[in-house]
Design a protein around this ligand. Structure first.
Ligand SMILES: *Cc1c(COP(=O)(O)O)cnc(C)c1O
Length: 358
C-alpha cells in the first residue's frame, strides 16, 4: 500500500494529480512550444482559476517563477530601493529578511521567539519601509498569523506594500487581496503538486512601484517585474517555464474550485481540531505553540516527551505514515504534521490512531 505523506513540502499529492499527469502525457502538451497559442490558453486558464480561487480583482497579475525562494528575492529587487521591514518568527520569515540583507537593503525587523506569534500592538513599522514582509504561516514552528492581523497591518501602514508569504497557508488562508499588495506560494505544499514552480500575485500598486524604480534599481534581467509584466500581457513567460507544473496547477485549482474553498476550509479545520484535541490529551505529545490563536491549521507542530522524535517518525513510517521532522535544531524534539487539502479526514484519523498506540 502506498504511504501517506504528512510532510510539509514536498507533501502528499492531491488525489487528482495522477489523472492529470496522465492526461498531460496523452495530450502531448509537454512538447508544445511555450510560444504557441496552446500555451497562452493554458496560462490564461491558470490565471482565471487562480483569480477565482483567491478572489483577486482585475488589477492583479500572476507570474510564474522557479520557486517561492526566488520570489523573496524578486519582490525585494523590484519593489524596494532601500528599505524593507520584516515580521520574523521562524526560519522562513527569517529568510525573507536575510534576502533583503543580501541585497543591501536597510532591513528592519520585529522578531519574536520561535514558536510565538505576533502581538500586533507591539509591531511598529518605520515610515520609510517600502515593503512589509510577513509569512502568513511559519512552516518551521507551526505558528500562523490570523489573517485579520495581517489585514490590520495595511490599515496602519497603507503606504508600504504588504507582501505575504503564503506558501504553507494557501489555499486555506482567507486573505483579502484588496488589502494585500503581493503574495506568493510554491506548489509543493498546500496544492499537493510536485515541486518546481513559484506563483507570484502582484497588484497594480506593485507594478507602479516597480515602474518608478526603473533605471534606479534592478532594471534588467529576464525576471524583472517589467519583463514579467510585459510577457504577461500575452499570457507568455520570459523563458521556457515549467509547463507540466503549470498544467497540473491549473487542473488542481479547477478541481478545488469545483469542490469549493469553503468545504476545503471546513475540512482543514475539522482535521486540525482532531489533531490538536489529541495532542492536548496525549502524555507523549503536546502542541508546541502555546497560544491557541496562533496554532497553525495547516502545519501542526508537536513536542515529543520522553523519547526522541526520530523514534516516533520511524515507527510511523513502518506503517506507511510519513511525518515531518522538527525544523533545524528541533529535529529531535518535534514532529510536524502537514494538514493540507490532499490529506483526507480518514487518513488523519488513521494517523491519530497510530500515534495513540505508541
Ligand atoms: C517552503 C517554504 C518556502 C520556500 O519554498 P521553495 O519552494 O522551497 O522556494 C517559503 N516560505 C515558506 C513559508 C515555506 O514553507
Amino acid at each position: 500500500m502506498a504511504s501517506v505523506y504528512f510532510t510539509p513540502g514536498p507533501a502528499q499529492l492531491y488525489p487528482t494529480v495522477e489523472r492529470h499527469l496522465q492526461q498531460a502525457l496523452n495530450s502531448q502538451v509537454l512538447s508544445q512550444s511555450h510560444r504557441s497559442q496552446g500555451f497562452k490558453d493554458l496560462y490564461k486558464r491558470a490565471d482565471a482559476a487562480l483569480k477565482e480561487l483567491f478572489n483577486l480583482h482585475a488589477g492583479y497579475e500572476i507570474y510564474f517563477t522557479g520557486s517561492a525562494t526566488e520570489i523573496w528575492e524578486r519582490s525585494l529587487q523590484n519593489l524596494t530601493a532601500r528599505h524593507s521591514f520584516h515580521l520574523v518568527n521562524g526560519s522562513f520569515s527569517g529568510k525573507y529578511l536575510e534576502h533583503a540583507q543580501w541585497l543591501g537593503r536597510e532591513a528592519d525587523a520585529h522578531q519574536v521567539p520561535f514558536g510565538e506569534g505576533f502581538d500586533m500592538a507591539q509591531v511598529h513599522v518605520p515610515m520609510q519601509a517600502e515593503l512589509i514582509g510577513i509569512a502568513q504561516n511559519e512552516t518551521s514552528s507551526g505558528v500562523c498569523t490570523p489573517v485579520t492581523d495581517i489585514h490590520a497591518l495595511k490599515a496602519r501602514y497603507p503606504t508600504s506594500l504588504l507582501s505575504v508569504d503564503m506558501v504553507s497557508g494557501a489555499p486555506y488562508a482567507q486573505l483579502d487581496f484588496n488589502l494585500v499588495d503581493t503574495a506568493f506560494f510554491s506548489v509543493q505544499k498546500g496544492f499537493g503538486l510536485p515541486a518546481g514552480l513559484g506563483v507570484w500575485l502582484v497588484n497594480e500598486r506593485c507594478l507602479a512601484k516597480a515602474a518608478s524604480l526603473q533605471g534606479q534599481q534592478y532594471t534588467g534581467g529576464h525576471y524583472s517585474m517589467a519583463m514579467l509584466h510585459e510577457f504577461y500581457q500575452q499570457f507568455q513567460t520570459p523563458c521556457t517555464p515549467n509547463v507540466l507544473a503549470i498544467y497540473l496547477l491549473t487542473h488542481v485549482v479547477e478541481d478545488m474550485l469545483v469542490k469549493g474553498l469553503d468545504t476545503i476550509r471546513k475540512e482543514t479545520e475539522a482535521k486540525a481540531d482532531m489533531v490538536y484535541g489529541f495532542l492536548e490529551e496525549s502524555e507523549l505529545f503536546s502542541p508546541f505553540v502555546q497560544e491557541p490563536a496562533h496554532r497553525s491549521p495547516t502545519v501542526l507542530v508537536a513536542e515529543v516527551h520522553g523519547k526522541p522524535a526520530s523514534s516516533v517518525i520511524s515507527k510511523l513510517k513502518e506503517q506507511g505514515l510519513v511525518l515531518g521532522s522538527g525544523y533545524g535544531k528541533y529535529k529531535d524534539q518535534h514532529i510536524r504534521i502537514a494538514n493540507f487539502p490532499a490529506v483526507s479526514e480518514a487518513e488523519m484519523e488513521r494517523l491519530i490512531k497510530a500515534l495513540k498506540l505508541l
